[in-house]
Ligand binder design. Structure first.
Ligand code: HEM
Length: 330
């Protein structure tokens, strides 16, 4: 029997896509590209935020994201490893409160050619990223947005300088070759997303590295890349993300406990491999230093979507020569 062409089929129930794959769920509410504090106070932080791939669902997103992803994929694992080890070594001169905070972002900055040659340079980078974080807070006042804007301008200028002086720095070079400014809507969008690589590595990287340190302190075993993925999956990195539906209502999407701790769909993290390589290399460096002992953590910095472990200053205590830590890493 053939079906009548004029018969209207009853509507099928809407297909339920996982939220991260659902094009109806957006990164920002419709017509609101900026959160309220940035909308009210404007400035360089607001301009940069609105250009970030992380905040956009426009038609240019896919091609710009693809170029950025190719640039990150072209990074050599050896370069990532050697820059992470160097930054881990420099960061240890700043002590435990500094180490896990500094290493992820300083490694990305160094791969981009910023001169991360001493702990003061790392501290300046960290200070600028904390100022950006304060300016991006939902409760930021005018002073915080202004200070975040000044920090943004400083980092954008430093990256422009690095492009002129160190175009062969590993990540600067892969960006210039595979995600060149001409592939982006405009030069400012390229520059904003180059800075986003450091920004995106900052809190999520510190959360994951901090949780890896907690595990290493407990087990005395250096987490592998797979262990780092498991730690992230178990809630040791970004625990959830948000989307907005067509009415502007927030949809909270869990990531912890899923196979998508680095996201999924069009906004999936392009920095996963860089993160796992850099953090594993930094932890390996640490494991080789037999005279460091990871101290008991103090209260973490609790953000809505992640906890960032924090560590106190502690004296350099030699590890026992019998410890399994040393057996694993002679
Ligand atoms: C070098 C370090 C990192 C870089 C360069 C980086 C870069 C990025 C970028 C550019 C995006 C936005 C992609 C888009 O919207 O199209 C992103 C998204 C994301 N990143 Fe990363 N990231 C890094 C570290 C991390 C870490 C340590 C985690 C934690 C596991 C993480 C988890 C995520 C997640 C969950 C998203 C998706 C957010 C969402 O869909 O709402 N990233 N990352």
């Amino acid at each position: 029997m053939t079906s009548c062409p004029f018969h209207v089929q009853p509507a099928r129930p809407a297909q339920h896509l996982p939220p991260l794959l659902d094009p109806a769920l957006r990164m920002r509410p419709v017509g609101e590209p900026l959160p309220a504090p940035l909308r009210m106070h404007g400035g360089p932080l607001a301009q940069t935020f609105s250009r970030w791939l992380r905040q956009r669902d426009d038609t240019a997103h896919a091609s710009e994201k693809a170029a950025l992803t190719r640039a990150l994929q072209a990074l050599s694992g050896d370069e990532v490893r050697s820059h992470a080890r160097r930054q881990a070594e420099i960061a240890m001169t700043g002590g435990w409160p500094h180490w896990s905070w500094a290493v992820p972002a300083a490694t990305v900055a160094s791969l981009l050619g910023l001169p991360m040659t001493d702990v003061d340079a790392q501290r300046r980078l960290h200070g600028a990223l904390r100022a950006m974080a304060a300016g991006l807070s939902a409760t930021a006042d005018q002073d915080a947005v202004t200070a975040g804007g000044a920090a943004t301008t400083t980092l954008l200028k430093a990256l422009d300088r690095a492009e002129r002086r160190s175009p062969d720095a590993p990540l600067q070079s892969t960006l210039l070759h595979r995600a060149a400014p001409s592939r982006w809507t405009d030069r400012a969008t390229f520059a904003a997303n180059r800075l986003a690589l450091i920004w995106q590595s900052h809190e999520a990287g510190a959360a994951l590295l901090g949780h890896a340190l907690l595990e290493m302190r407990r087990t005395r075993i250096t987490p592998s890349r797979d262990d780092l993925l498991r730690i992230a999956r178990d809630g040791g990195a970004v625990r959830n993300t948000r989307r907005f539906d067509a009415d502007g209502a927030v949809v909270v999407v869990p990531l912890a406990g899923t196979e998508h701790s680095f996201g999924d769909g069009p906004h999936r993290c392009p920095g996963q491999s860089l993160t796992l390589g850099a953090l594993h290399a930094a932890l390996e460096w640490l494991a080789e230093k037999s005279d460091w002992q990871i101290p008991e953590p103090v209260s973490p910095l609790s953000l809505p979507n992640m906890d960032i472990p924090q560590f106190p200053e502690s004296p350099r205590t030699p590890l026992s020569p019998q410890s399994p830590h040393e057996e694993r890493h002679p």
